[in-house]
Design a binder for this molecule. Sequence first.
Ligand SMILES: *Cc1c(COP(=O)(O)O)cnc(C)c1O
Length: 458
Amino acid sequence: MKYYDKLIFELSKPGRIGFSLPECETGANIPAKLRRESELVLPEVSEPDVVRHYTNLSQMNFGVDTGFYPLGSCTMKYNPKINEEIASLDGFRALHPLQPEQTTKGAREVIASLEKALAAITGMKRFTFLPCAGAHGELTGLMLMREYHMKRGDSARRKVIVPDSAHGTNPASAAVCGLDIVVVKSKENGLVDVEALKPLLGPEIAGIMMTNPNTLGLFEREIAQIAELVHGCGGLLYYDGANMNPLLGTVRPGDMGFDIMHLNLHKTFSTPHGGGGPGSGPVGVNDKLAELIDIPKVSGFHGNFGIMLRAYAYILMLGKENIALAGKLATLNANYIKESLKDCYKLPIDSICKHEFVFDGLAEPNGVTTLDVAKRLLDYGYHAPTIYFPLLFHQTIMIEPTETESKETIDGFIEVMRKIAQEALQDPELLHRAPVSTPIGRPDETTAARQPIVKCEC
Ligand SMILES: *Cc1c(COP(=O)(O)O)cnc(C)c1O
């Protein structure tokens, strides 16, 4: 058992103290009815015990600063440290949303400049920064879609078309917004089936939600025709821009015909995410909806300003030329991994991908599942890719390397993935048992997420 496998309460020794306060000379003036009746149960530990305990715990974490993190769809992009420095400048950090307007001009200028930059990158006209996550942005965007139709007296439009490859948040957001979901299926090649879309269109359609490149990392080449068809029936096009990485500086959703979109600043624009921390999912709209942009008040004040600062710093740091390079390198890296591994992992759609792609398990599984592969990667010090999503295949492994990784890092990952494919043939038991080197191996993830035990009962 490692020292830090214990809870801080289990390290407690009666009478041990880390810090002592002077006697209170004035006497605490707390009314009797507010005073606790029993002793406060706190761990009795020394200062080094506390420091080591929490430092060791912090080192059990895995992040993009500790290793390669190829989590498809989630774009675990490296967070440049200059973003953090800028967000921690006193003039920004010490702001309060209720301070007088004339003292917050700089902050408001940052928001306006970021809006301009995002409008230029996406081809949208206006943005709202109130949404605090991608899914929050989807809900906001759909509220705008509803508002647009209602304003025109078109209240029968209550259905939203969502491709079967969509991120789970798309149908969830539509449902939360009170809209009905109509699924359009994909073809063998992973792209939306335009012929299957046609009969779904009509006077009840509010719009379609699309991700492009879609969650398989494939560019929807027929997007212009899809836009024409959906607009033709009076619907709007919603763009899920959570993963706009490969298009940055090259292709704009506005030019593809999209009317409303969200971005995940905490993916594409390099701000930190994970663990439900602060995010930002700004929503952009084109001319048609520009005047409605401020209607949905989905959070207080201006949204997560610290995240906006980081995104703005990132955009300024890269500039116009380099931001396009980010998308191109992310695409190159994904294709390089795909081509290097497609002899030992099953590639269901063999075509050029954008920033990510999916395998459908091992080419020769030998009883080894995608979960086994993902668990074994942890033993080699890598974060696992996204698994079992999207739902189009049974053993999906979704890999997204991002642009900042060196060829050496990517080659190291490829080597380990090949080694695991070998192990599957030689010693499948080893893979069923993996991971063998982490503090916890295979928790019941559903129960751990739904009924977490976060309180010590000792
Ligand atoms: C991550 C993601 C979302 C949701 O973003 P959150 O910030 O997690 O709410 C939506 N769509 C796609 C394609 C995503 O990758």
